[in-house]
Design a protein around this ligand. Structure first.
Ligand code: MOS
Length: 732
């Protein structure tokens, strides 16, 4: 099915099931420990062996030789496979650095060997006996030092935009701001580490893994192993978080496959927690410069956003200026991004790549500008709203209710009580309120599914879509239930299996809208098959209460199925509605903090998010996405930072003791309001996504609240107490 015209009335609009607060259908499996995550697959008849990875202990250079003789003789060891044994491999499409194989070391903790043993402990002990002789080369590990060497990447990465005369307008502006901001490297730090089990049956490979994108992994694994994609069966039915860290094939699957081949047995490999920081991807650090010029009336006349980030050779930008191309009005504008070569582990997408760090800077700058103008920051954002793409005014937004989010949020949060910076005190605490806009684009990827009606009248959906904790199982069941006139408990959902039709996968907050659209398309096919079988007119057929009706005829779905059942398979493809119309999601984040006047310690007191993101498919799972994202944004504001050893070239704090992420218990009160919307430009579901929107702007709202509490403006994240303490008011 092709979606190339705005959606009109369709069965989803009944919203008997879609849009209802249905608890997640996989919830019981998860809370009772019966949902099998990758490493947990267990068949008592299979003699699993355990693989333990060894990571490079240098950041850049060459392996001269590997001595694994001691490891091979260690207790329980079945085999040792080294990077030199497997040789240089063709790299998959989605990774920048090699995952395993060959003598070149591109970053610290790149996998250089895997030890396979009878037990996990034996494999780990033996891995420490491997001796490697390295030839070390110099590398570049410090973004600040490398900033001046950064270059403009190729046009495919869309580094620059410009409209009007920024320089002239900025010079002429009555009020101006010119500031630099910095965001650190961040780690996905999902609960479940990357893990895989590989089992060979002659040339056929079965892999249980933890992947956001089944088809991308399968292709890249085939390329890396040098085998046919069709010979790989990949499964990832339950995933303990990804945040972008499991978008792309990682070393665990490759090591498990090579290890299993050498051992002649199925092998389990989980990346140890320290490998998450240095072996897998991370969100790259940025340095950003923002200039804004406005008239005394508060209208922006000039806005410029530049960003510098780094990556491995051949790597990519952190697209931190992208939201600035779309978020606020202003006739004269420019954006630019430059990329430095760094030999740190490879950077890549982490939840809301681009917008998350971009808004961390932009939304502080907007707060500062409002302060300079003496205009309330909510009012300043409203004054500079735009209903068209400010770089291409002929393109309207499909829907944009940022103003509504700001107004409703201000009213519900008690924004009018916000005072001047540094003046509100309760005991030891300085209290402040902060706001930021949230913005994230609505991406569209093709997505397919198969839907089967069984002879018992139940429906089974199969698609390789993944559920990374987001609620995919539930919203997909709701979609099929609505389309076929069934309650949700008559629908079974099978996900994360490469034997199923290829979906959009989980990423970029496109998963919810795209995967349900694919299921919608398959359901349309199944409805046609049912109507045809019954000799019903497809135009007036109604699916309701487990019955199929046309005119005055009515048949139970179970009877329609017949002994063999019926099935429908199709996918959604997208026309050019996202080119004619800018499709984005919007929100407003409000935060109240307390800052200890003596120590500078910040505590979050309450948070509110108001989101305008199209139709909300399930308010429970959507809210869960947003409160989780708000919590993540607090981490970005206050604690998360991969500390770089700029001499040796690695991330030092490589565990959850050193890389601190907040939990819900750190935030006493969170509220989420969804605007009542449906966007007919986005899909037949009229939905978008909220999983990344919920994070966008949060950290800046926290930083702005800290400024309101203390009068101290911090532009380098995280906002830790050492950056506040010397600026705090004297204790009276
Ligand atoms: Mo997302 S960073 O595309 O999982």
């Amino acid at each position: 099915m092709k979606f190339d015209k705005p959606a009109t009335q369709n069965p989803i609009d009944q919203m008997k099931v879609v849009g209802q607060p249905i608890p997640r259908i996989d919830g019981q499996l998860k809370t009772t420990g019966r949902a099998m995550y990758a490493y947990e697959w267990h068949d008592p008849n299979i003699p699993y062996a355990y693989g333990y990875p060894l990571g490079a202990s240098i950041a850049k250079g060459r392996i001269r030789s590997i001595d694994s003789s001691k490891a091979k003789k260690a207790p329980g060891v079945i085999s040792v496979v080294t990077a030199l044994d497997v040789g240089k491999r063709e790299k998959g499409k989605f990774n920048t650095a090699n995952l395993f194989g060959g003598d070149e070391v591109q970053h610290y903790h790149q996998a250089v060997a895997v030890v396979v043993a009878e037990t996990f402990e034996q494999a780990r002990a033996a891995a420490s006996l491997i001796k490697i002789d390295y030839e070390v080369s110099d590398g570049s590990f410090d973004l600040k030092a490398a900033k001046d060497t950064a270059v403009k990447p190729d046009e495919k990465q869309q580094p620059d935009t410009a409209v009007g005369d920024f320089d002239g307008a900025f010079k002429a502006a009555q009020v101006t701001l010119d500031e630099n901001y910095a965001t650190p490297d961040q780690s996905h730090s999902m609960m479940e580490p990357h893990a895989s089990i590989a089992a060979w049956d002659n040339e056929k490979l079965t892999v249980w893994t933890s992947s956001q994108m089944i088809d991308w992994w399968r292709s890249d694994l085939a390329t890396t192993l040098g085998i046919d994609k069709d010979d790989i069966h990949l499964m990832s039915p339950f995933i303990g978080g990804g945040f972008g860290g499991k978008l792309f094939l990682r070393a665990d699957a490759v090591l498990a496959a090579f290890g299993a081949k050498a051992a002649g047995r199925p092998v389990k490999v989980a990346l140890p927690r320290p490998f998450i920081s240095n072996n897998t991807t991370h969100r790259p650090a940025t340095i950003q410069r923002i200039r804004i010029g406005a008239g005394r009336d508060g209208k922006i006349t000039a806005i410029a956003h530049e960003s510098w980030s780094g990556d491995q050779p051949g790597g990519q930008l952190e697209t931190a200026v992208n939201q600035t191309r779309l978020l606020y009005a202003g006739q004269n504008r420019m954006t630019a991004m430059r990329l430095a070569t760094l030999h740190l582990p490879e950077g890549n997408a982490m939840r809301a790549p681009g917008e998350a760090p971009g808004l961390m800077a932009l939304e502080i700058a907007i707060d500062e500008m409002a302060e300079k103008l003496g205009i309330d920051p909510v009012e300043f954002r409203i004054l500079n709203d735009t209903q068209v793409d400010p770089e291409k005014p002929e393109r309207p937004f499909s829907q944009r209710n940022l103003v509504g989010c700001l107004k409703l949020g201000a009213e519900r949060f008690g924004w009018s009580k916000r005072g001047k910076p540094g003046l509100r005190r309760e005991g030891n605490w300085l209290i402040g309120l902060g706001v930021a806009a949230a913005f994230r684009n609505n991406l569209l990827l093709p997505s397919a599914a198969r839907v089967r009606l069984g002879q018992d009248g139940t429906v089974t959906v199969e698609t390789d879509m993944t559920d990374i904790g987001t609620g995919s199982y539930t919203i997909i069941a709701q979609t099929a239930a609505e389309m076929l006139g069934l309650p949700v408990d008559r629908v079974a959902v099978q996900l994360g299996d490469s034997r199923f039709p290829v979906s959009a996968g989980s990423g970029g907050q496109f998963g919810a809208n795209c995967s349900t659209s694919g299921v919608y398309a398959a359901c349309v096919k199944l409805r046609e098959a049912i109507a045809q079988k019954l000799g019903f007119n497809t135009d007036d057929v109604v699916f309701e209460n487990g019955q199929v009706r046309s005119g005055n005829r009515s048949v139970a779905l179970a009877d329609a199925a017949g002994p063999d059942g019926l099935s429908g398979e199709d996918g959604m493809e997208w026309g050019d509605l996202s080119e004619t119309h800018q499709q984005s999601t919007f929100g407003a984040h409000f935060v109240e903090v307390g800052v200890d006047i003596a120590t500078g310690e910040t505590r979050i007191r309450r948070m509110l998010a108001v989101c305008a993101a199209g139709r909300i498919l399930n308010p429970i799972t959507a809210r869960s996405q947003v409160i989780g994202a708000m919590t993540m944004g607090v981490g970005g504001a206050l604690s998360e930072e991969l500390a770089v050893d700029t001499r040796r070239g690695f991330f030092v704090n490589h565990d959850l003791a050193g890389y601190e992420v907040p939990v819900h218990a750190d935030i006493p009160h969170q509220e989420v309001i969804f605007m009542d919307e449906a966007d007919p430009m986005s899909s037949p579901l009229k939905a978008k996504g909220v999983g990344e929107l919920g994070l966008c702007g949060v950290s800046a709202a926290v930083a702005n609240a800290i400024f309101n509490a203390t009068g101290v403006r911090v532009r380098h994240y995280p906002v830790t107490l050492d950056k506040l303490i010397s600026g705090l008011p004297d204790v009276a």
